[in-house]
Write a protein that binds this ligand. Structure first.
Ligand SMILES: O=C(O)C(=O)CO
Length: 250
């Protein structure tokens, strides 16, 4: 059960006449919340800092003024790639952290609802160059696949923090590893990657400036319950002769 369907061979499914249901629109809040958690974990190095307790690092560096430093959100520029429902929900949540400026890039300029902070529509190039935090919440399609390549990482600030809770295939992962190793960007936080599950010995797991989560964007209790109910409704609708699915992809 999922909202995304990039793991399904749609051509083959259609060719075989198989019905497919999905669970869109019900995981916006859960994914937005996780995105904010991942951003803060990455910028303030929470997993790294926590490990310093068990690996003895704290005892060596106790109260050193520059130990475990990371940048804050106050006054920063946050750039969102793909300001759809999830992107907007992320922006709404981040506005409580004193962000100085929101910018976004994507297919089209959005007319934002009044309860949202203002955000400036900019070119992809400007998003890369001006953002302190770049958050990827766009959908994966032919236009976005591999969008974050070596050139994109070179164009980012050296202090940029890159967060992806969308799909791993939006990123040229080898280029990201290179950018993290070479200090082309400061850090990355990924809830999505290639492949999933990521092998435990993958190079990404060895980088201290990369925070990894095992694709848990929608892993929130009530969200999963709603997804399960919707999937059950879809199944019943799909199996009942003459029935319809609540959310049918094809
Ligand atoms: O349901 C999906 O498509 C997800 O990616 C959940 O995180």
């Amino acid at each position: 059960m999922s909202a995304g369907f990039d793991h399904i061979n749609m051509e083959e499914v259609k060719r075989r006449g198989i019905k497919v249901g999905f669970t869109p629109d019900v995981l916006t809040d859960a994914t937005a919340e996780l995105t904010v958690a991942l951003l803060l974990s990455t910028s303030r190095r929470l997993l790294q800092a926590s490990a310093e307790i068990s690996n003895g690092g704290w005892q060596k560096c106790s109260w050193s003024p520059v130990w475990m430093l990371g940048p804050g959100l106050t006054g920063s520029t946050v750039g969102i790639f793909g300001l759809g429902k999830i992107g907007q929900a992320v922006m709404q949540r981040l506005s409580g952290f004193g962000v100085g400026r929101f910018i976004y890039s994507g297919n089209t300029e959005k007319k934002l609802e009044k309860h949202l902070p203002s955000a400036e529509f900019v070119s992809f190039d400007a998003l890369l160059k001006e953002s302190d935090f770049i958050v990827v919440t766009a959908a994966l399609n032919d236009a976005t696949r591999g969008k974050f390549d070596k050139k994109s990482f070179v164009n980012m600030k050296k202090t940029a923090i890159f967060i992806n809770t969308s799909r791993g295939a939006m990123v040229d992962q080898e280029a990201l590893v290179w950018a993290l190793k070479e200090g082309e960007i400061r850090a990355a936080g990924l809830d999505v990657m290639m492949p999933e599950p990521l092998p435990p010995n993958h190079v990404l797991t060895t980088l201290p400036n990369c925070t990894l989560l095992p694709h848990i964007g929608s892993a929130e209790e009530s969200t999963r319950a709603v997804m399960a109910m919707l999937s059950a409704d879809n199944l019943i609708g799909g199996l009942t002769p003459g029935g319809t699915m609540k959310k049918q992809l094809c």
